[in-house]
Design a protein around this ligand. Structure first.
Ligand code: AHG
Ligand code: MN
Ligand code: MN
Ligand code: MN
Length: 336
């Protein structure tokens, strides 16, 4: 009797199969993505046993953003950077946990990688999902010491790949190279990320809004009226919407991708330019969102069109189902 088992496709197999669609591909981007996949498995193991080993809690330092750094922030940062350093195809890494540019194989590496090594780290000690985010650019063809700054400040539309890992009830990895969004689930019994969805599409419209309502008093009139609109009783349009806010951007964005709706981190009195960082939170998650049919703006302009001025620059973000983002933007424009 022939046993029919569903063909498992691992992340490595999928990356190599996808690379074969690009004649002349050198395999370097594939290697880079596999390096990130390996680091993600190691981070997942630590996150999932954080309560047992003494890797919870604060590291005792504060980062360039004035945030108290968690031990897992540093662990994740080190794992990702050393994985990228080993394969010599990355010339520099910019991460949330390093003030400046970390130079790797500056002569031969042709990729630039931005990292949020651990996203949502305030949730680690309370066992709520956290994530990692990556964003990949090509550097200018010729290596020129004086071009490093310029190379590191490219708009999100120039990303060659981006993705996230979500360390949740299961560990999933989602990435795009511009040909749609593929999603993998870590099977700990074989230690492999296995393909779970190769064509992620966000619902055109959703009935979930996600925002930290604690900063209500410092919102613009337009945003206040939009959230009021979400809360009005109108069953025809699925309102009142449901409010969901996890406080880990990767988890809130993944839920928005799966269920639809809108995630907002606006400018506020505490964060006049918003809290989330353009280069390693907003751009990569906007690339994923757009590739899944979603929209991502700063309230007015497309996130991925923003010309960055600084590697840790913050921007406000309205991201999710196209219908929901369009409605939010109409309120922001109408009630400036
Ligand atoms: P990080 O842990 O990488 O510093 O990011 C935390 C971010 C993001 O994950 C989340 O959406 C946001 O902080 C939550 O901020 P508030 O606690 O101000 O809502
Ligand atoms: Mn942080
Ligand atoms: Mn983050
Ligand atoms: Mn972080």
């Amino acid at each position: 009797m022939e046993i029919k088992s569903k063909k498992l496709v691992t992340l490595d197999e999928y990356i190599i199969q996808s690379q074969n669609k690009f004649p002349g591909a050198t395999g370097e981007l594939s290697q880079l993505l596999r390096d990130i996949g390996l680091a993600a498995k190691i981070i997942s193991r630590e996150v999932n046993k954080a309560g047992i080993t003494n890797i919870l809690g604060v590291h005792g330092s504060t980062n360039v953003h004035g945030e108290s750094v968690k031990r897992l922030d540093i662990f994740a940062d080190q794992q990702l950077i050393s994985a990228l350093d080993r394969s010599l195809i990355t010339c520099m890494v910019i991460s949330e946990e390093n003030d400046g540019i970390v130079r790797l194989n500056s002569e031969g590496g042709k990729y630039i990688v931005y990292l949020d090594p651990l996203d949502g780290s305030s949730n680690i000690d309370v066992n709520v999902s956290v994530g990692s985010i990556f964003s990949i650019y090509m550097r200018q063809p010729r290596y020129d010491q004086n071009l490093v700054e310029e190379d590191s400040l490219q708009p999100g539309s120039r990303q060659v790949a981006a993705g996230y890992v979500l360390y949740g009830s299961s560990t999933i990895l989602a990435y795009t190279t511009g040909l749609g969004v593929s999603c993998f689930t870590l099977d700990p019994s074989i230690g492999e990320f296995v393909l779970s969805n190769s064509g992620f599409k966000i619902p055109e419209k959703g009935t979930i809004y996600s925002i930290n309502e604690g900063s209500y008093n410092s919102w613009s009139q337009g945003l206040k009226k939009y959230i009021k609109y979400c809360q009005e009783d109108d069953p025809e349009t699925g309102r009142p919407y449901t409010a969901r806010y996890i406080g880990s951007m990767v988890a809130d964005i993944h839920r928005t991708l799966v269920k639809g709706g809108i995630f907002i981190y606006p400018s506020s009195s505490r964060y006049p330019n918003g809290k989330l960082r353009l280069m390693y939170e907003c751009n990569p998650l906007s690339f994923i969102m757009e590739q899944a049919g979603g929209t991502a703006i700063d309230g007015k302009n497309r996130i991925m069109d923003i010309r960055p001025e600084a590697i840790h620059q913050r921007v406000p973000i309205y991201i999710g189902s196209p219908e929901n983002v369009k409605m939010a933007r109409s309120f922001l424009e109408k009630y400036e």
